[in-house]
Design a protein around this ligand. Structure first.
Ligand SMILES: Nc1ncnc2c1ncn2[C@@H]1O[C@H](COP(=O)(O)OP(=O)(O)OP(=O)(O)O)[C@@H](O)[C@H]1O
Ligand SMILES: [Mg+2]
Length: 185
């Protein structure tokens, strides 16, 4: 039985597409297919004129590295790195120098409300705080395309509203021409 069947949609510049569905309905599978973390059996994922499903390994790495931001339902953070090191990891991979990336990292730490915790390891954080590290990491790149899988689910309702507002503000300010695909329970 397929987890996702016959899903067709467009997302234009400056749009947020929200996909809502019950637990087990295939949201994570769909977003993982778009990012090719799961290889779809069939179909096309067109982004800036390229079919991501046909992209070569290196091309895909470059697109992910420079253009795509992802926040996963289960965080997918690096446990042996600190909060700051996790947030700036995408910039490190891009080869941005340490001074510049740490400056940016500290701005983001403010945005996601983790001031004073930059040097903490992930095990020293609550689930909601870890999720905010994941959100921060996705903000670091200023991506053109966002894949967000229940990015606010581990947050308590008060912080969730705050983070959602902050995220949208950030989006409007820095990358409002980007496209966002958001999975919500
Ligand atoms: N690796 C896997 N192997 C086999 N089946 C899987 C796998 N991952 C997910 N599934 C199945 O695919 C279906 C969709 O799962 P998926 O994780 O995409 O749902 P979801 O909408 O994200 O759910 P939730 O809201 O709980 O996160 C489920 O029935 C699940 O059991
Ligand atoms: Mg899911």
């Amino acid at each position: 039985m397929p987890a996702v069947h016959n899903a067709t949609f467009d997302v234009f510049e400056g749009e947020i597409l929200t996909v809502m569905g019950l637990s087990g309905s295939g949201k994570s599978t769909l977003i993982r297919c778009l990012a090719r973390l799961v290889e779809p059996t069939y179909g096309r994922v067109m982004f800036e004129g390229i079919d991501l499903l046909q992209a070569g390994k290196q091309e895909l790495i470059e697109i992910r590295r420079h253009k795509i931001g992802m926040v996963f339902q289960h965080f997918a953070l690096l446990p042996h790195r600190t909060v700051l090191q996790n947030i700036v990891f995408p910039l490190e991979v891009q080869g941005i120098d340490r001074g510049a990336r740490e400056k940016r990292g500290r701005e983001i730490i403010q945005i996601v409300g983790l001031e004073g915790r930059g040097d903490y390891y992930l095990r020293e954080l609550s689930g909601g705080q870890q999720q905010r590290v994941g959100i921060g990491r996705s903000l670091a790149v200023e991506p053109d395309l966002w894949f967000l899988d229940e990015p606010f689910s581990a947050l308590d309702p008060l912080i969730r509203n705050e983070m959602q507002d902050e995220f949208i503000r950030f989006w409007i300010r820095q990358s409002f021409l980007s496209r966002m695909i958001l999975m919500k329970p």
